[in-house]
Design a protein around this ligand. Sequence first.
Ligand SMILES: Cc1cc2nc3c(=O)[nH]c(=O)nc-3n(C[C@H](O)[C@H](O)[C@H](O)COP(=O)(O)O)c2cc1C
Length: 177
Amino acid sequence: MRYLVVYSSRTGNTEKIAMEIFEALPGKSKDIQRVEEYKGEADTYFVGFWNNRGICSGDIMEFLDNLHGKQVAIFGTCGMGEDREYCSQVSRRVEALIPEDNRYLGSFMCSGKLSFEVLKKYRFMQKKEDSPWIRKMIQAYEEAMLHPDENDLKNARAFAEEIVSEKKENIYGDKRR
Ligand SMILES: Cc1cc2nc3c(=O)[nH]c(=O)nc-3n(C[C@H](O)[C@H](O)[C@H](O)COP(=O)(O)O)c2cc1C
């Protein structure tokens, strides 16, 4: 198979992005699978994760660890997706988990809404003790509330299209492993 989109998603945000990327991939030699159901083999992988405390979840760590001799792009969603610097730190951490014998193609990240339970927890903490940190967390919750939105989906599609285009291969050729 040419392309495989493999992803982990607890609440559906990453799944939305995964489906958009899958649809953007050309041809019929492609598949999309949740990581827990993964089976098969492909030349190019798009691996999707949700940000679990600054990195991907354990299932994706394990999945990446077992990838060898492939072309690998990563994508993810996180609560603080509006903070681009934070997002690039997270994607660099996940990128570092890809074994060296693969060819890294690039990453995409966007915001994904958090569960209402998280807001309740923040409000509870704020009542006990207000701080700039807790206000920042509540603001991030509010900003993420409507994501992934149409624009995120559009950007995810553009990311996939760029990865598969020859243009990308030329531009990023020397950055790849
Ligand atoms: C246990 C847990 C830890 C999380 N840690 C972070 C974090 O450190 N930073 C962040 O920006 N978002 C964090 N999030 C938010 C999720 O990454 C975000 O809501 C993501 O879009 C969920 O994706 P999913 O719907 O595909 O499961 C966390 C969520 C959970 C449940």
